[in-house]
Design a binder for this molecule. Structure first.
Ligand code: URA
Length: 273
């Protein structure tokens, strides 16, 4: 088992806002060894679907139950928890991460898939990309409590010897969660949707065109205006003075205008060189 002192120390760092720690090769090999020993002791994953059963078909529509929007979203999350189509792939991890925010929001943001931190907290966008997203929302005068945030894949894609590393979901993996996103949109009824990054755009629009070609114009999903923009993690990889921030901001200004949100002169000028 991982030493409680190490865990305590890491948790302490996390409460102080530290999201990354540097480790050298020796520490990496010790951690890998601890992780491998831990995996060997963990019970085998529960096979929710017997190996010889036919592949489950994905229904066109999933119906939410409940009176309020919050109850309906909770009912969808409960169905997703043991979703046979996702489980039977065998390439997604077990922990389901559904959505966060206001189930009656005007603005819905759709990302890719949960990563390491999201899986731990069972909440979308809580890692470094989430911190960037919070900054964008704040600049718009919004917060994660006033919008609705979801992902095109509800499970973290698995990799061999996985520790904190993440990978993009495949088209097949996303297809198992898209009916949930459609059902969430039916419940939330947002006025505007934004697809954050290429996977979300591909999952929602079925287009694998680069973001550069999809952004800067309006699309539609289930009759709702949809904008495509770069994923917040892409912004984390850009230089400080790079124009990509401004491009995302222009997408957000277009969304604010569509939502009828007030835009100040100061806001209009953000990230201009
Ligand atoms: N990136 C995503 O696209 N979604 C998350 O929930 C976290 C990171």
């Amino acid at each position: 088992m991982t030493s409680p002192t190490l865990l305590d120390y890491l948790k302490q760092l996390e409460t102080r806002g530290v999201t990354h720690v540097g480790i050298d090769d020796r520490a990496r090999s010790v951690l890998r060894e601890l992780y491998t020993r831990g995996s060997a002791r963990r019970p085998a994953k529960q096979a929710a679907v017997p190996a010889d059963s036919p592949p489950p078909t994905i229904p066109n529509r999933i119906e939410a139950t409940g009176k309020t929007a919050a109850e309906k979203i909770a009912s969808l999350a409960a169905i997703a928890e043991n979703w046979p189509a996702a489980r039977s792939l065998g390439s997604l991890r077990d922990t389901m991460v559904f959505s966060v925010g206001n189930p009656e929001a005007d603005f819905m943001l759709v990302g890719e898939a949960p990563g390491f931190q999201e899986e731990q907290k069972r909440e979308p966008f809580v890692g470094p990309a989430g911190a960037k997203l919070d900054q964008i929302l704040k600049a718009m005068g919004l917060s994660r409590e006033t919008v609705y945030i979801s992902n095109v894949c509800k499970f973290r894609p698995a990799t061999k010897n996985q520790t904190t590393n993440n990978r993009k979901p495949s088209t097949e993996e996303m297809a198992t969660s898209i009916p949930f996103v459609q059902a969430e949109i039916d419940v939330v009824k947002p006025k505007v949707i934004v697809a954050l990054g290429g996977s979300a755009a591909q999952g929602l629009l079925g287009s694998d065109k680069p973001i550069g070609q999809l952004r800067d114009s309006w699309h539609q999903f289930q009759g709702i205006p949809l904008r495509v923009t770069f994923h917040p993690s892409y912004l984390l990889r850009q230089d400080e003075d790079h124009g990509e921030k401004r491009k995302v901001w222009e997408d957000m200004l277009a969304i604010m205008a569509k939502l009828g949100l007030p835009i100040s002169t100061k806001q209009r000028g953000y990230f201009q060189k």
